[in-house]
Design a protein around this ligand. Structure first.
Ligand code: OGA
Ligand code: MN
Length: 282
């Protein structure tokens, strides 16, 4: 791993997660060794920040596809005829002006309700507010490792049900039958293992509904307790965006959330998003 990583200039952003990648132009295809080095850096640091990029949507898709299979979006999130594979994350209303609303402020991991949840999300800052509009990451490996032995024994064999329908209900709307058919409730191990390193992490967040070994309400309460533990400041890396950043993060071992720490009714915040499909959590 060291030799592979040596090919790439990486500057850690925090001890919790995150590293800047220096000197790559992502518009160009990566050679095999560089691609491996990027992936090794991703596994080690969980969040990679490529600075000063300027990718078209097609270029972002091409960059993403070098690391695997692009994930489709939930029916509702498909782009409005614009680009089918790139989801636009923004605070803009139908009139193209700042709406005051910022999505994804709850701790979550992308597409955890899928049978094959996301390996990585790639988010490219296109228009950012003058300051703020950060994205926060909570390191679920550190959070798991900080649990005591009794908690680890309790949680080690538990299944957690992730539900898109529940997430919709919490957001104040009923999922359509089409959406539910597309994304039915899915059980995953609450404690999953990074295949590359053998380290364990907690797999939960906004889409996590309940636990398969206890009554619904008890499971929800336990998940809330675990989330409070896992999102303490000591497990968080806060990414302060620069325009042009491309962020690539590991959905297997992080929770993330948007921080609306800017005037979202005044300033535009627009990012382009692609997701890579992962393997079944184990
Ligand atoms: C996402 C997401 C957070 C943000 O794109 O999946 O959660 O800061 N974004 O916009
Ligand atoms: Mn997200």
């Amino acid at each position: 791993m060291m030799m592979v990583l040596d090919r790439l200039e990486l500057r850690p952003l925090s001890p919790i997660a995150g590293a800047e990648v220096i000197g790559l132009d992502l518009r160009r295809p990566l050679d095999a060794a560089t691609r491996e080095a990027v992936y090794a850096g991703f596994v080690r640091h969980h969040v990679l920040a490529f600075r000063d990029q300027d990718l078209s949507k097609d270029e972002q898709v091409a960059f993403t596809e070098q690391f695997g299979t692009l994930e489709r979006h939930v029916a509702r999130n498909r782009g409005p005829g614009d680009h089918p594979l790139v989801h636009v994350v923004s605070n803009l209303g139908p009139d193209g002006e700042p709406s005051g609303k910022v999505a994804s402020q709850k701790w979550h991991t992308d597409k955890s309700f899928r049978e094959l949840p996301s390996l990585a999300t790639i988010l490219h800052a296109r228009i950012m507010p003058p300051q703020g509009g950060d994205t926060c990451f909570a390191n679920m490996i550190l959070a798991y490792e900080a649990l005591d032995a009794a908690d680890k024994a309790e949680l080690g064999k538990v299944g957690v049900i992730h539900s898109w329908e529940l997430s919709c209900r919490k957001a104040g709307r009923q999922a359509t039958p089409e959406e539910i058919a597309d994304a039915p409730p899915m059980t995953h191990p609450l404690v999953r293992t990074q295949p590359e390193t053998g380290r364990k992490s907690l797999f939960m967040g906004e889409h996590a509904s309940h636990l398969d070994d206890r009554p619904f309400a008890e499971g929800r309460a336990r998940l809330a307790e675990l989330e409070a533990h896992a999102t303490q400041e000591r497990f968080i890396y806060r990414h302060r965006w620069r325009p042009g950043d491309v962020l690539m993060w590991d959905n297997r071992c992080l929770l993330h959330r948007a921080d609306a720490n800017f005037d979202a009714a005044l300033h535009k915040r627009v990012l382009h998003r692609t997701c890579l499909r992962g393997a079944a959590p184990a």
